[in-house]
Design a protein around this ligand. Structure first.
Ligand code: GLC
Length: 419
């Protein structure tokens, strides 16, 4: 008997002794696999399995949130019983709600400890369709050592970032690193570009694509200015290949020491500080820059929730797994080993968490006030809204037409969509 089987046997034996009749079940969870995500998920799941005697199967899903969504939509609309617990993006509750269980009667009130805005985000038509697991906000990673070497502070505006990136990139290339770039980020036509572009636009006071009342606001000069700024980076401080980068491609370049700056989510921190990382101890993290002196810092709100499929054959057991994984101890462990931002507020005061990831403290406001994508006002149409937005932004960045006319036709398209 393997250790795992042995412990399951022990749990079952003791439940028999106590006169209860727990049947060991098998539940399936789908976890993301960006960076070390799948391993960190597996460790948590195994701990629950040991504790309860139930078996868990792990399925990994595509890294791109856009691809993952279409996979889930297929599985759920077929009412498949294959997956019990699903890791869902913060922008999906409105789209998947009708396929998900109301978790309220399973949480024992635990949602009160989480950021209220996330609980509200996950509550659709009065039903708590997912529990917050980890939150995210876009942040700016920079090479402390290189900025110091050339006498710079971390930038606070995109204009400063552009200047510093140009200068340090040129000097490092001259010094022999021909692979050096100034700035890497997420430019592929997928959900990640929606996040990056929303940050640029919001930071220049260009709004949130669609406002909280459902009004399409994207066609404005500040948004055009933001897109023009980003377009200016392609081929100068950012490789042309950035137009096909997701989170992991950007991290690959930055972590191998070949970029001065990177836009990414907090998960990249733990990986950059691993013992085998070439940039260990050389990285700083600050809020993303403002759009000019009069602009504002903006990090898009991201993050993942755990939900139980309505078609699960073991809804109670699946909900218990969700309760365990989203609970205090497990969120604490994940924050320490993987720099996944807790959604339980008290963990931002936990010394061990703050030691492992110091910017959880210094950037608390960035995480607490992330800029939301317009998923609440657009509900089940959000997927199409985001697709239209990232395709149009990708077109501008790729040099197909100017930003003003792209935003004008995007506005038309979005108005038709949300009508
Ligand atoms: C991160 C965020 C998620 C977002 C995705 C885009 O995983 O947590 O909210 O949709 O990146 O690539």
């Amino acid at each position: 008997m393997k250790l795992n089987q042995l412990s399951r046997f022990a749990v079952l034996a003791s439940s028999l002794l106590l006169g209860t009749s727990i049947q060991a079940a098998t539940v399936t969870i789908s976890c993301g696999a960006v960076g070390t995500e799948l391993d960190v998920c597996r460790d948590g799941v195994e701990a629950w399995s040991k504790k309860t005697g139930h078996e868990v199967k792990l399925v990994s899903t595509p890294n791109s949130s856009t691809e993952r969504l279409s996979l889930y939509q297929q599985i759920l609309s077929a009412q498949s019983t294959d997956i019990d617990v699903m890791q869902i993006d913060v922008v999906w509750p409105g789209m998947l709600e009708k396929h998900l269980l109301d978790l309220k009667s399973h949480t024992n009130g635990a949602e009160k400890d989480h950021f209220p805005s996330l609980v509200q985000n996950n509550t659709v038509n009065g039903r708590l369709v997912a529990m917050p697991w980890f939150t995210d906000a876009g942040v700016l990673y920079y090479r402390k050592d290189l900025l110091k070497k050339y006498g710079y502070e971390a930038p606070t505006t995109w204009e400063q970032l552009t200047d510093i990136a140009n200068d340090v990139q040129a000097k490092e290339r001259q010094a022999g690193n021909e692979q050096m770039w100034g700035y890497v980020w997420q430019g592929r036509a997928y959900e990640g570009l929606t996040c990056d572009a929303l940050e640029w636009i919001y930071s220049y006071d260009g709004g949130t694509i669609i406002d909280p009342n459902g009004k399409v606001t994207i066609n404005n000069p500040q948004a055009a200015k933001a897109l023009d700024t980003a377009k200016g980076w392609i081929g100068t401080i950012s490789p042309a290949g950035v137009l096909n980068y997701t989170e992991e491609e950007a991290r690959g370049v930055f972590q191998s020491g070949n970029s001065v700056f990177m836009r990414n989510w907090p998960y990249a921190w733990a990986l950059s500080q691993a013992d085998d990382s070439p940039i260990k101890d050389k990285v700083g993290v600050v809020a993303l820059p403002k759009g000019g002196e009069k602009g504002q810092h903006a990090g898009t709100l991201g993050g993942w929730q755990l939900a139980v499929s309505r078609y699960s054959k073991n809804p109670d057991i699946a909900a218990d797994l969700v309760a365990y994984l989203t609970g205090y101890e497990e969120q604490k462990r994940r924050a320490i080993v993987g720099s996944y931002n807790p959604t339980i507020m008290a963990l931002y005061k936990d010394q061990e968490v703050l030691e492992a990831t110091p910017f959880f403290g210094s950037l608390y406001d960035t995480f607490a006030n992330g800029v939301a994508r317009p998923s609440t006002p657009t509900g089940d149409k959000y997927g199409r809204v985001s697709n239209a937005f990232f395709n149009s932004v990708h077109g501008v960045l790729s040099g197909n037409g100017n930003s003003q006319s792209a935003l004008k036709s995007l506005e038309k398209q979005l108005k038709r969509l949300v009508r």
